[in-house]
Design a protein around this ligand. Sequence first.
Ligand SMILES: Cc1cc2nc3c(=O)[nH]c(=O)nc-3n(C[C@H](O)[C@H](O)[C@H](O)COP(=O)(O)OP(=O)(O)OC[C@H]3O[C@@H](n4cnc5c(N)ncnc54)[C@H](O)[C@@H]3O)c2cc1C
Length: 388
Amino acid sequence: MSLSSGIPKFRVAICGAGIGGLFAGRDIHIDLYEAHDGITTAGAGISVMGRTMQIMEELGLYEEISRVSTKPPSYGPKLRKSDVPEGGFEWFQKSSSHRGQLILHFADGSTAPTDMLVGADGIRSSIRHYIDPSWTGTLVYRTVFPAEKLFKMDPNNVALKNSIFFCGKGKHIVSYPVSQGTQINITAYVSDDQKAGTHFEGRWVSDVSLEEVEKAYEDFEPGVKSLLKCSENPSRWALHVVNELPLSTCDRVALIGDASHAMTPHFGAGASQAMEDAFVLGRLLAHPLTTLDNVPAALKVYQDVRLPFAQFVARESERTGYMFDFRLPGYYDGTERSNEREEMDILKERLTGQWGWERERECGGVAQWLQAERQLQESAPEVSTYLL
Ligand SMILES: Cc1cc2nc3c(=O)[nH]c(=O)nc-3n(C[C@H](O)[C@H](O)[C@H](O)COP(=O)(O)OP(=O)(O)OC[C@H]3O[C@@H](n4cnc5c(N)ncnc54)[C@H](O)[C@@H]3O)c2cc1C
């Protein structure tokens, strides 16, 4: 499928119509290529961070999106210690807070010319094809089901009205209401450190039985068991990431989103980071100072501003996942002991500090664009070198 929009200042091709690719097309004229025949959703809802909402407001998208989205409760999600069969307890509540044309060659034998290429083709990017993604050793069970189903089975279940993290040793479950509270979205993680970095045999995403999901959490508290019993069409995802790349651009080719920095979902920030890449790159490409001749200089600015930041988010996301399931070295490791609560309090302090970057407006998506624009203006001598 190829979608074209408007008359380009120069020709930009984007491969991949995921959230990153679609967002990049917001500010610039593009040829958008997508491997699938249509654009569909991947089943479950995603969370979007406040800093990315700023970008949506800047692009005039916020109102439209907020009409169909579910706002998280202002008081933030609850975290429970749940691997306690006789009943867990609430741990804490998190506050909210050279310059010939490029020719694209497609698998069906067709070709298309372009002046520059954006690889928005996800974790299995063929534009980044020489570096394989890496398995984290984590399996993720995902399901969405009607909230009514849980209400009938367990009317007082804490997951009906709250965002909840059910935490246990080596595994945790994230549950939150979506579709204006009519559905519940579950993402359940089981990690094996010994398998991290090994090759995952089989399909990355497959349908699984309810029994498999229930078995994985058989040592969790009763509320979790009724929650999981409501699962509909559960799927299992082998969680892969793209390890830190030294570059996200080369000449007139740039990678954005998962193609560049697919990360663990523990911050719920992968799509947000894809949108932030797309926003900064789109604005740079649409800038009056950017011409076909200086595209590589503009892409270097994009790389300097975005790559280290997205990689920082990826690292901290991984660390946050270790905290959710008591695997962070030097902290509470999930085993029963007399001073368990004290150790959990220390871990809680560490964990609540993990979102500090998200609240710093000076490093928000719009601020990063302004930084990129300054850098583009400062690179004017380099820009004229390209023009020579
Ligand atoms: C379990 C789980 C939970 C998550 N939860 C969240 C969350 O709550 N919040 C959040 O922000 N993020 C979340 N993420 C991450 C988020 O889904 C991704 O980071 C985001 O979708 C990446 O967007 P993208 O556009 O870069 O890539 P993708 O969404 O993978 O899109 C890539 C597109 O490129 C197409 N494509 C592939 N190859 C080609 C080709 N050769 N030519 C043309 N098209 C091609 C694909 O068909 C696809 O449409 C989660 C991820 C997982 C695994």
